[in-house]
Design a protein around this ligand. Sequence first.
Ligand code: MTE
Length: 321
Amino acid sequence: MLIKNRKSWEISENEATPEHVYMDRRSFMGGVAAAGAAFSIGGSAVAQTIEVSDPSLSLYPAERNAAFTLDRPLTDEDVAATYNNFYEFGSHKRISRAAQALPLRPWQVRIDGMVEEERTVDIDTLMAAMPLEERLYRHRCVEAWAMAVPWTGFTMAALVNYARPLSSATYVRMETFLDPDVARGQRAPGYPFPYIEGLTMAEATNDLAFLATGIYGHPAPAQHGAPLRLAVPWKYGFKSIKSIVKFTFTDERPLTFWEDVGPREYGFWANVNPEVPHRRWSQAEERMIGSGEMRPTQLFNGYAEQVADLYDDITGEDLWR
Ligand code: MTE
């Protein structure tokens, strides 16, 4: 009911849910909507909530950019929303309920380092200034599972324009929130929270690099990295940092979270390559979550045409880990 224009991949809630559950939920939602509380959307068992009072609701659904197509069916929304990696909430896939503890508003985004002017911007002010669109992207986790989802958001190039970096900046470093009181996983020993990721400026301004605010035509639920997460589909999924609070423009290559945890297994570049196995498993194939279908993995996750030339001049680096 929040989604104004149904898309082909949406079915209404009463088609998806047994009627008695649907009717109970409708009366429940009638109550909470009036109070401005959170309610769930999608299928009956999904631990996925968005705020009725989310100030960005009216921006959805954004127009789909037809240039981004898929070679496989979209992953079922409920499956994508309940099979997540978000170590801040636990080192397993069933973190979706725990992630609801993350307050998504107010949310400030800091832009600092080598920029014309450092500043802090409210997420809704930032979203209002950005051209929102929807893109269908593949996602390939380093663990060899994969999904295909419709992200809503804006290009990282638009964010870079907005940030006005100095020409001396060669990297952008991104940082996730740090709050061990709501994200209990951040208390786990051995993990150097906050989660850090980075891209070269050339990668960040490539048209494929996307900052997602929504998924399946509505604001993203917390477990997908709301209210702002990266989607760099030619790289292993761990590069796609969630719930970003800071962008720092720098001339130093950032030490990323997983590089710090396990430098023999995870590197800065992490471009998808089926021919280069992970130290502990093959990367030749991937398993689609939900259907379980096995598919051959493609170089740069199928996006070689858009990104391969980013690496033409890079020598002496392990681009595939
Ligand atoms: N970002 C943060 N802050 N913390 C994380 O644990 N996990 C990464 C990435 N971004 C992670 C993160 C990994 S390994 C993957 S595969 C994707 O998020 C998973 O995104 P999804 O749960 O939306 O499918």
